[in-house]
Design a protein around this ligand. Sequence first.
Ligand code: BMA
Length: 319
Amino acid sequence: MSTPLGTTSPHGELFRREPANPILTANDWPYQINTVFNPGATTHDGETVLLCRVEDRRGLSHLTVARSPDGVLGWRVDPKPLLADDPADQTSMWGVEDCRITYVAELETYVISYTAYGPSGPCVALATTDDFQSVEKLGVVMPPEDKNASLLPRRVGGDFILYHRPYSAHVGGADVWLSRSKDLRTWSSPEPVMASREGAWWDAARMGLGPAPIETEHGWLGVYHGVKQMAAGPLYRAGLVLFDIDNPAKVVRRSPQWVLGPAADYETHGDVPNVVFPTGLIHDAETGELRLYYGAGDSVIAVATATMSEVMDYLLQYG
Ligand code: BMA
């Protein structure tokens, strides 16, 4: 058996938890909430911006901005949501959840891909923002059931590329697909990209792409969540994938092991125990550091780090 062990993490994983974890909890919020988790992440005006999923005390979720100078400490949380549930809208009357953020240089704007939730089930919606103070909604782009949408930062072959996870009881499975668009509004039929593994594997029950993939010389670097169904309930962990630069529907590398899984107290306890759900990834090109932001236990936000070279070495050697 080949043993692709992680490097310096106490749990033998590639990503190392930030000692300040959890970096954001309900206690940090300027208004009363239940939990805060699964944040989109990016940089804006020299600061780290998280667009956090906040579950209120009705059980519905909205998205609120938190800013920090270093991405770890000193968070300032906005007093009101950037995107909220809309009681008048059938697609989002039960809330908005789990966004990913992509800066699209061609459009000079940030695109927010998120899950809108209503009586027909979860569906994929897009919005844009220049400043994280106001948004322009592009509306629902994938009908229910669909979630875990993540946009590439530039066109490939003339098209914008959106990874997402359609689900149908007829087809079964919950895998990663992609659709293409010229204008971010009209999207092509989904093409299969990456499927759950089988049997005892850590990502056999279902999966979804996390943060917007980052362009590297070896391909588009993505982080995904994989789920194993245990007797005690689902177990959510994070793994890595590399998509072909010119053919983003093609997986060129995939981590055999998870690179971060529930181990710390704040990951094994919470409203949903045993959840590491990655939704934000920031690459500091100067230091080579990758910061992975994730929801832990569906209750708090945490961050773990690795370097780009560690991640690439690992994927190229074992993927
Ligand atoms: C998924 C999503 C996430 C959540 C995860 C773990 O299906 O709903 O929002 O973090 O389950 O409960």
